[in-house]
Design a protein around this ligand. Structure first.
Ligand SMILES: [Zn+2]
Length: 673
């Protein structure tokens, strides 16, 4: 083929799959992805054809253009796989995502590309370019690009197999929604708007009524929190935690075996050692050290919380020996109402979806000194709202909010890149794909406390993609930090929700317009703080499971036994037989052994937040400093350096431990009465 090096780095005109019809037609989507993959191949060919001494300008430039096309195709196939209305399009999007992964895996093993990058002279380059090159060469070595042909071919097969299994695992969860039947009596305790969304069906006027409930988040969560029927909670829990069982048991076993084989071929003891080698964490041993600190920081607080709740529950239900995992959320809620004189339902009228959205946007706009304007740009579905991000009169990014459940849409809450931003080439674009209440005509979408925190969290990711989307290279843009740094910006933004002044600026009653009172905020914060140590124990359980599954011989793993043993070792709540949570632990595909990321980044995020002036959160200079030293860097430097640049030192546990035990700072009312 003849190579036109200019064409190979040209800016792509066809930026959105849906503008090419890809949200409505499987064929159009396939054609759009094919065009991206062809441009990807052309850029690589141009890179390999260079026959003069290699420099970033004549080599990395092409490599980065190839990365750019791949991430464009992968991001949008991923988005459409989650949100497309038509099942045929979702199926196609899954195939396309797989095609992109296969191309990515092939690139990561491409010896010619590796040798070309390794041959570049990088003396005198910017620190970002040097970091990009060093990091890329490391990832090549971790992929085995320096191995012989036969080994590389074998590795490629294994990576393709792992990708296929991961997609199958996720898909089984996404499409595995179950339903359960509840009697009218079992709905006692559930809020009125939940009941009105689930009208009771009666076979005959005098028959006992029943309702059908799904395992989707908006149906499941209120049952686990409010339903006073233990039998209903148990049925919901089991349906929810078996929605991808038994199919995913075998898929997971094969996935673990495949990952271990990859690690072995590359000379690593375990997948966990391989998967942490290019992360901030560095090794499985360091991850264990971190987990031991987490264990120590959370142990006493969690036990104290459990004992308070158990004592409270026993006084209401004499003879209760212990509390099982299906009753955790329910007793928490009852305890909170009693001990804090706080009913989490009482704040929901102050969190109608539209007000929360306006509040999150306003907070981010002031904190990061940008402006958001509604846009009429097209998206994949009429339900999506599009916003432009402006700064100093200049357009600096665009984002998409797809915030409510829809038939066929996935059930998660996530932030996803849409267009990877590159300075002078592409404006960054990102999307939030969520399942918050609301979206239907006449439904105000009253949100729970945790929903609002989730909104702040996901918006933190979104701002990272946008503000970090102006780097010189696509490969350093936005989320391109080490994977175990990526939850810092999201968890940082969560903390702003706890500020009273800020909350009162947007939390208003959906009928009366009255602001959330200081008294209610105080109670809500206290109630919200209660259970943090226990919540961190739950994270520790998931985290240890994620590490243990990937840090030993998979042939010797009994999934049911391991899950139960870890639960019993790390959780005070009684295990329930029949719980197959591993089969729907969706994070195992993306995070594999590295689910510690959430807790690790929480420690960093809280240390970061402690640098802000509590009396002037949005106005103090920490906001600009944080934006500059962290968000704007994207992946231009190692996370370790960003932490030191912003803090002036490494992260410490002090702010985290204080946060974990905040509820015991004198205010906790003597448990119930
Ligand atoms: Zn996140």
């Amino acid at each position: 083929m003849s190579i036109d090096p200019i064409a190979a780095v040209q800016v792509c005109e066809d930026l959105h799959a849906w503008e090419a019809g890809g949200a409505q037609s499987a064929d159009a989507l396939a054609a759009w992805v094919s065009a991206r993959l062809a441009a990807h191949e052309a850029a690589l060919a141009a890179m390999l054809a260079v026959n003069v001494p290699r420099t970033p300008e004549n080599t990395l430039r092409f490599y980065d253009a190839a990365i750019e096309q791949l991430s464009l195709a992968g991001s949008q196939a991923g988005v459409l796989n989650s949100v497309a209305a038509d099942k045929a399009v979702r199926d196609q999007a899954q195939l396309e995502a797989q095609r992109v992964s296969v191309a990515g895996a092939a690139l990561s093993l491409n010896r010619g590309v590796y040798e070309a990058l390794a041959a570049m002279r990088i003396e005198g380059c910017s620190p970002a370019t040097t970091h990009y090159v060093e990091r890329t060469l490391l990832s090549y070595r971790l992929a085995g690009a320096d191995k012989d042909n036969a080994t590389r071919a074998h590795l490629q097969e294994l990576h393709e197999k792992a990708t296929r299994l991961s997609l199958e695992f996720s898909r089984n969860i996404q499409e595995g929604a179950k339903t359960i039947v509840a009697t009218e009596a079992e709905l006692a305790g559930l809020p009125a708007d939940y009941l009105s969304r689930h009208p009771v069906v009666k076979a005959t006027p005098n028959a006992e009524g029943h309702v059908i409930l799904s395992t989707d988040q908006p149906d499941m969560q209120p049952v686990m929190t409010f339903a006073s029927s233990a039998a209903l909670r148990e049925r919901m829990f089991l349906a929810y935690h078996t929605r991808a069982y038994p199919a995913n048991k075998e898929v997971l076993e094969q996935l673990l075996a495949t990952r271990q084989e990859i690690a072995t071929v590359l000379g690593f003891r375990s997948w966990a050692d391989l998967a942490t080698a290019d992360q901030m964490m560095g090794s499985a041993a360091n991850a264990r050290t971190f987990l031991a600190k987490l264990d120590e920081a959370s142990r006493d607080g969690a036990l104290r919380e459990y004992e308070l709740i158990l004592d409270f529950a026993r006084r209401r239900q004499p003879g209760l020996a212990d509390i099982d995992i299906t009753s955790r959320g329910y007793w928490y809620e009852q305890f909170r109402r009693s001990a804090f004189d706080f009913d989490s339902q009482s704040v929901r009228p102050y969190f109608p979806y539209a007000k929360v959205e306006a509040g999150v946007l306003e907070t981010a706009a002031r904190l990061f000194k940008v402006e958001f304007r509604a846009s009429t740009a097209p998206a994949w579905d009429p339900a999506v709202s599009v916003f432009e991000v402006h700064e100093g009169g200049k357009l600096v990014g665009r984002f998409y909010l797809d915030m409510h459940p829809r038939e066929g849409k996935d059930k998660w809450f996530s932030a996803a890149p849409v267009v990877t931003g590159v300075r002078g080439r592409y404006l960054p674009e990102a999307a939030l794909i969520c399942n918050f209440p609301g979206g239907d005509e006449g439904d105000p979408g009253l949100m729970q406390y945790n929903d609002v925190i989730t909104y702040f969290h996901e918006f933190g990711h979104l701002m990272h993609a946008i503000l970090g989307g102006h780097t010189e290279w696509a490969g350093l843009s936005g989320f391109a930090t080490e994977g175990d740094f990526v939850e810092v910006p999201s968890q940082m933004l969560e903390e702003f929700f706890r500020d009273e002044k800020l909350l009162q600026s947007f939390a208003r009653h959906y009928q009366t317009g009255e602001p959330l009172s200081s008294e209610l905020i105080r109670k809500m914060k206290l109630a919200g703080a209660f259970g943090r140590a226990d919540g961190m124990r739950a994270q520790l359980y998931y985290t240890t499971l994620s590490l243990d599954l990937h840090d030993q011989d998979p042939a010797a793993i009994d999934l049911d036994r391991m899950t139960k043993r870890l639960h019993q070792g790390l959780q005070p709540w009684t295990w329930l037989e029949g719980n197959r949570m591993y089969a729907s632990f969706g994070h195992l595909t993306g995070y594999s052994s590295n689910y510690y990321t959430y807790a690790f980044d929480k420690v960093i995020a809280l240390d970061f937040f402690a640098q802000f002036d509590p009396n002037d959160l949005l106005g103090c200079d920490a906001g600009s400093r944080y934006r500059k030293t962290v968000l704007e860097q994207g992946g231009s430097k190692p996370g370790r350096e960003m932490v030191r640049d912003f803090l002036g030192r490494d992260e410490e546990f002090a702010a985290f431990s204080k946060w974990l035990n905040e509820e015991f700072e004198g205010e906790l009312v003597a448990a119930g009465s």
